[in-house]
Write a protein that binds this ligand. Structure first.
Ligand SMILES: [Ca+2]
Length: 208
């Protein structure tokens, strides 16, 4: 650290009690960290017409115990999953209840695929809450991952710079190991809306 980069105070000036108070103040504030900005997302090559689009996201399920998203990916390489009922929107915070559209409450892996509609260009702030592991890809970019076993946990705010309106490919890899499960995707689109779940009408998939 050079002299010019030194913070304008020292531990000795604040005192350890002061540092403790600062830490407490940080804990009690909402966890809004410096937003990461991601641009260069690629829309779907062929924009689907409304009559080709089925509601919600398609999902392939895998019944096994995973501890990390990479374990799910390896498992998917040599095991066939089964097609589940489409996922209307990502608003699952179900406690110990069934995971997504399965009738299982534990040991579920999910490969969720489809399209998400960014109706306007501009900045979309998104947030993910997960329990357990998740990896989110949109428009060919990895947007977020929290890949291991954990209780309900939010991402930071992530800003997507969308330069071209339209449908973008989305893929969510997710697993629930045991106990409670959560998978939520929120956004704050450009314009007057506030942050809320990405609505069902913004998701679609092409039937395979
Ligand atoms: Ca869990």
């Amino acid at each position: 650290m050079t002299k010019s980069q030194r913070p304008p105070y020292s531990v000795r000036q604040i005192g350890l009690a002061g540092l403790g108070a600062m830490a407490l103040a940080m804990v009690s504030l909402p966890t809004i960290s410096t937003a990461e900005t991601i641009s260069g997302l690629t829309p779907a090559k062929i924009q689907p017409s409304a009559d080709h689009l089925k509601p919600g996201l398609a999902v392939q399920y895998y019944g096994a115990q995973f501890n990390h998203i990479t374990e799910l990916i390896q498992w998917m390489d040599y095991k066939d999953g089964w097609s589940g009922d489409p996922i209307p929107m990502l608003n699952y915070q179900v406690g110990a209840g069934n995971v997504l559209t399965t009738s299982s409450n534990d040991m579920v892996g999910a490969d969720i695929t489809g399209l998400i509609n960014f109706e306007r260009s501009g900045s979309y702030t998104i947030m993910v809450q997960s329990n357990d592991g998740v990896r989110l890809n949109i428009g060919g970019k990895m947007i977020y991952e929290d890949p291991d076993v954990h209780g309900d946990r939010f991402s930071d705010e992530i800003t997507l710079e969308i330069s071209e309106p339209g449908w973008y490919p989305v893929r969510v890899l997710y697993f629930e190991k045991k106990n409670t499960s959560t998978l939520e995707l929120y956004w704050d689109p450009p314009g007057p809306q506030e942050i809320d779940y990405v609505p069902a009408e913004a998701f679609g998939h092409i039937r395979k």
